[in-house]
Design a protein around this ligand. Structure first.
Ligand code: GLN
Length: 190
């Protein structure tokens, strides 16, 4: 079972991708639901709003416990929540992936755009990426693998069974990022 954190943001779009892939999924609103998951998606949205909810609802420790056994996919705001360090402005984060991120880093004029890149790991065709007021990953730790870059910045990275995209893979018809995530979740549930 895959869960999508459904506090705020575009969790429904992730659900539609999972349905297309024939995967059982549920909307996650309570910490106890984490027990039944092999994978959890933290979607895009507004990271400050989600962070407040996670603190208020007692999600922080259960999420850290969950991460010891389950896979995680964080997209955009989800990437910000999972990072080790957040700037512009600084805010607390779960420190589950060894990256530093700068919020809203693409500036006003181009704060939302679509572009493509080649990911050696995903292979051809090029990956279409939708960036919406996206963060930039400014630092990756030595245990973090960069799976795709855009304009010299990592945009898809992996640390163990934790996958981070600064763009929105749920908004294109390309399901390769979700499929990669599902292989990580499968591996963890064996
Ligand atoms: N700008 C948002 C934030 O900083 C993230 C945007 C998104 O998830 N599309 O939280």
């Amino acid at each position: 079972m895959i869960g999508v954190l459904a506090i705020q943001g575009d969790f429904a779009a992730h659900g539609r991708v999972l349905e297309r892939l024939g995967v059982r999924w549920c909307e996650v609103r309570y910490p106890a639901q984490l027990d039944e998951l092999s994978g959890l998606i933290i979607p895009g949205g507004e990271s400050t709003t989600m962070l407040k909810f996670l603190f208020d609802e007692g999600f922080i420790d259960p999420l850290k416990q969950y991460a010891r056994r389950g896979a995680l996919l964080g997209t955009c705001a989800g990437a910000i929540l999972l990072a080790r360090e957040v700037t512009n402005p600084p805010q607390p984060s779960l420190n589950l992936v060894d990256i530093a991120v700068k919020r809203n880093a693409y500036g006003r004029q181009v704060d939302s755009f679509i572009d493509t890149t080649m990911s050696p790991v995903l292979g051809p065709p090029p990956l279409e990426m939708v960036f919406i007021r996206a963060p930039i990953i400014t630092h990756v730790g030595s245990g973090v693998e960069v799976l795709a870059e855009h304009r010299g910045h990592p945009v898809l990275v992996q640390q163990g069974s934790r996958l981070i995209a600064t763009f929105h893979p749920e908004l294109t018809s390309d399901t390769r990022v979700h499929e990669l995530f599902l292989t990580l979740a499968d591996r963890r549930s064996e």
